[in-house]
Design a protein around this ligand. Structure first.
Ligand code: ADP
Length: 390
């Protein structure tokens, strides 16, 4: 992927006026996704509404031609994407997407104009051959979201499910390191991507495509474009579950992913302190806005097990997530202690559930996987709830 070509396309597009919205097409939020692959093929997602699709067609062509004229672009394909009108009244306040949130929202000043209105789920195609995509999300970074995503995926695999993991945490892709993966994924036909296999999991991450130290500056639409590509152009099938490691936080980028990826449900991970600070609650609100069922809450770094004496200390006041889950009527999927082995092993590419599946440290992940499967089964049986927000 070439960032410079993409930047040039974006600045070219910024010169095209959006006749409906009275600003340029970038500022008006028309461009929902933009990726340029190695062969110089630019793919652009242009937003429209179902009733305006034919009226937007000339603009789509103009965008496509402008992109095709940029040096380094061999072919440009712009597609119109329309969001489905909400089936019931939008479950939200006056058209607001959740803002910023705790943690980082990397929208660099453009985020709000790109955020699709909350309460709507676009008619996203399911990923062929993948039965369920589940997101692992957190209110902020550093709470152990990726560690949970990896070990949960491995625990699901241990229960006989064909499992994959997609690193959507494009700002800090840590899945390759945690699974011990290196090198670019293959693409035998130059179009489809063959996922890497780490400890039996099919895995894909932007971290496999760029050098680890390359600074990545992403704007919302680019994240979506790259993710769309990873979701739909990777040979995932057949999979029972694809675990999506979300970017940390509850800003517009995360909201947009929650809206556009056909998620079967979301697992929210938090530390005891952050539950107290309500970070995870923002995550809950975000998924509820887009009607993605919450499979449950996980409390990470819940207590500390001393590696020397095996004694247990509740350094952060363990139990907050369980209480919070109860209050919110959500399943509590389990608590994971702060465990030195978990940290050392995941940072070495030897996740505990793969390397020591029978260990005490792996046990919470197996219990969480069982809870996730149970929650997924319940979701299938229960009709979606109508959510009324205040
Ligand atoms: P996030 O994805 O939320 O940013 P990570 O999964 O990358 O968080 O975890 C941050 C750091 O904390 C990593 O070094 C990881 O090994 C460590 N970590 C995560 N969970 C645990 C745990 N239960 N015990 C010990 N260390 C943990």
């Amino acid at each position: 992927m070439s960032r410079t070509v993409r930047d040039q396309i974006l600045s070219r597009l910024a010169g095209i006026r959006d006749p409906e919205r009275g600003r340029d097409v970038v500022a008006s939020g028309r461009i929902l996704g933009l990726t340029v692959d190695e062969a110089g093929i630019a793919r652009i997602m242009v937003e429209t509404t179902p009733d305006r699709a034919s009226a937007t067609e000339p603009l789509r062509r103009e965008i496509e031609q402008a992109a095709a004229g940029v040096a380094g672009v061999t072919r440009a394909a712009a597609v119109l994407t329309a969001e489905r009108a909400p089936e019931r009244g939008p479950a939200r306040g006056p058209g607001q997407a959740p803002r910023g949130g705790a943690g980082h929202s990397h929208n660099h000043g453009h985020g709000h104009s790109h955020a699709p209105a909350a309460g709507q789920r676009p008619s996203v195609p399911v990923v062929p051959g993948v039965t369920a995509i589940i997101a692992v999300a957190s209110g902020k970074g550093g709470v152990g979201k990726s560690t949970l995503a990896v070990n949960l995926a491995l625990a699901l695999q241990a229960r006989g499910l064909k499992t994959g993991i997609l690193d959507a945490d494009v700002y800090g892709p840590s899945i390759p390191r945690m699974l011990g993966l290196q090198g670019r994924p293959d693409s035998p036909d130059g179009k489809r991507i063959t996922p890497k296999i780490g400890w039996g999991l099919k895995a894909m991450s932007i971290g496999l495509m760029v050098e680890e130290d390359t600074p990545l500056i992403w704007r919302g639409p680019m994240v979506q474009g790259a993710l769309d590509q990873f979701l739909r152009e990777t040979d995932w099938a057949p999979l029972d579950v694809l675990v999506l490691d979300m970017p940390p936080g509850t800003g517009d980028v995360q909201l947009s992913i929650a809206q556009r990826v056909p998620l079967a449900g979301a697992v929210i991970v938090s530390t005891p302190q952050d539950i107290a600070l309500l970070d995870a609650r923002k995550g809950l609100a975000m998924f509820r806005k887009v009607e993605v069922p919450i499979l449950g809450l996980v409390e990470n770094m819940s207590w500390f097990t001393c590696p020397h004496c095996g004694g247990r200390s509740d350094i952060f006041g363990h139990g907050g997530a369980r209480d919070e889950a109860l209050k919110l009527g959500l399943p509590f999927l389990g608590a994971v202690p702060l465990d030195l082995d978990v940290r050392i092993m995941s940072d070495e590419g030897r996740p505990v559930v793969a390397v020591a599946p029978e260990s005490e440290a792996a046990a919470p992940y197996h219990a969480i996987a069982a809870g996730v499967i149970e929650s997924l089964g319940r979701m299938r049986r229960e009709p979606p709830r109508i959510i009324i927000e205040d």
